[in-house]
Design a protein around this ligand. Structure first.
Ligand code: GUN
Ligand code: ZN
Length: 437
């Protein structure tokens, strides 16, 4: 893939480890202003300072004056929901009924699924995201299309057919036996192929019967040894009405999270979106099982769901990674997710540094996905999934950058003010996959 040897010149930034919540990130971050990112056969070879330029065997790409970072990782996003992003006037349960379910029903059509997958993955790249954990729809064809396009683009992509056999429109309903067979077909065809992996995807406890959740847990068990194991993605404790409904549907469970826990759905590779209304016992179970929360501030604000308390999750040892949750969220751009995240946390007296935010959307997310060996930073041998950003787009951003006195101040202002319009180029495995215009 790509040229055999390529050297990107720019302001290179990535994380060596979790910087924590301090403004001092010494030892956790590497910044090489006007440095060199050496890429060989689609993998990172080295990062070098400005005064160690590579020899003539490296083809140069000049991004001087640009910020060069690992591509962002989105740990929770719905491909078909680009069709209903920014829909007016609803909270979670009526938003699903009014907008989301009708939109997803259209993806029974393979051609529409194919076009949707192309549009969605190109949009991710255009927004600076190179890897994602993605909800398809209940239709096998929608997840098939995402895998096929993701494979062609060389992306690290994790997705799966949505499981839903209860409390939903008839044209979106599967059943336990057919759903299991569809999952097995998709797993056998795609899991561990190139950079693709399968995620068992019960939509949420309300739309799966107990029998279907048990089947989902069985799949995780059955394939636990295949390519590091399957992923599990779902939603949990997002909205108060939803939480009450789950308690009615599953009266024997201690909590919403416990509905999943009892069926073996909490693993090291389980990512649960939201988790706003979890309690201490839930957080302990997540920490014990190594499962992670996809923090979706844009969605949580837009749907009026509530404020996620990151400090509590952190204190319990639960890993947290940011997610757009489009179309509940209103942007695919992880910088906008982080800007919303900062404000959600600020309302609770928590202050997310640029270090913590940018770490969480790159290496931290990679870690939550059990992929720290492959993505999210620039250690030698990792995939060269790289985004080149303009430090400033427009006079306001430029002025703020000019006034910044420290690297943290500069990055924080960038994190809050920049968006997808700042993307100058996106590379996947060292291949240029997106340039604006
Ligand atoms: N809970 C169940 N389905 C969904 C969905 O599509 N989006 C969000 N945000 N929450 C959900
Ligand atoms: Zn979601």
């Amino acid at each position: 893939p790509g040229q055999a040897r390529m050297a990107l010149r720019g302001d290179i930034l990535y994380f060596l480890r979790d910087p924590g919540w301090s403004e001092d990130a010494t030892g956790a971050v590497r910044f090489e202003p006007d440095g060199w990112l050496l890429i060989e056969q689609g993998r990172v070879h080295a990062v070098r300072p400005a005064d160690e330029p590579p020899d003539a065997s490296w083809a140069r790409q000049d991004w001087r004056g640009h910020l060069v970072m690992p591509g962002f990782i989105d740990t929770h996003v719905h491909a078909p929901q680009l069709d209903v992003i920014a829909s007016f006037g609803a909270a979670l349960l009526d938003w699903l009924e009014r907008y989301t379910f009708p939109a997803e029903a259209r993806y029974a059509d393979p051609e529409l699924s194919q076009l949707g997958a192309e549009r969605f993955l190109q949009a991710l790249l255009a927004h600076g995201t190179t890897s994602a954990l993605v909800f398809a729809t209940v239709h096998k064809t929608s997840s098939e299309a995402l895998f096929a396009v993701g494979q062609r683009l060389g992306m690290r992509l994790i997705t799966g057919k949505v499981l839903m056999d209860s409390n939903c429109p008839a044209d979106l309903r599967d059943d336990v036996v057919q759903a299991e067979q569809d999952c097995i077909d998709l797993i056998e065809r795609w899991h561990g192929v190139d950079r693709l992996a399968y995620a068992v995807t019960p939509r949420f406890a309300a739309t799966s019967s107990a029998a279907q959740l048990t089947m989902a847990g069985g799949l995780l068990q059955r394939y636990a040894q295949r390519a590091g194991g399957l992923y599990m993605q779902t939603h949990v404790a997002e909205n108060c009405d939803e939480v009450r409904w789950i308690a009615e549907l599953f009266p024997d469970s201690r909590s919403y999270l416990d509905v999943y826990d009892r069926r073996g759905l909490l693993t090291r590779r389980s990512i649960l979106a939201h988790g706003i209304w979890l309690d201490d016992t839930d957080r302990q179970r997540m920490a014990q099982t190594g499962s992670s929360i996809a923090f979706s501030p844009s969605s949580n604000l837009f749907l009026g769901s509530g404020l996620f308390d990151w400090a509590k999750a952190e204190a319990a040892g639960v890993s947290v990674a940011p997610a757009s949750d489009v179309g509940g969220g209103t942007s695919l751009c992880q910088l906008r997710t982080l800007a919303d995240g900062y404000k959600v946390l600020a309302l609770q007296g928590q202050r997310m540094t640029a270090w913590q935010g940018l770490y969480a959307a790159t290496r931290g997310a990679a870690r939550a996905l059990d992929l720290e060996h492959e993505i999210g930073h620039f250690a030698p041998g990792t995939a060269a999934d790289v985004v080149v950003w303009r430090w400033a787009e427009g006079a306001v951003q430029q002025r703020r950058q000019d006034m910044a006195r420290s690297l943290h101040e500069r990055l924080f202002a960038w994190m809050l003010l920049a968006d997808e319009r700042n993307v100058a180029a996106t590379y996947v495995l060292g291949q240029l996959r997106y340039r604006p215009g």
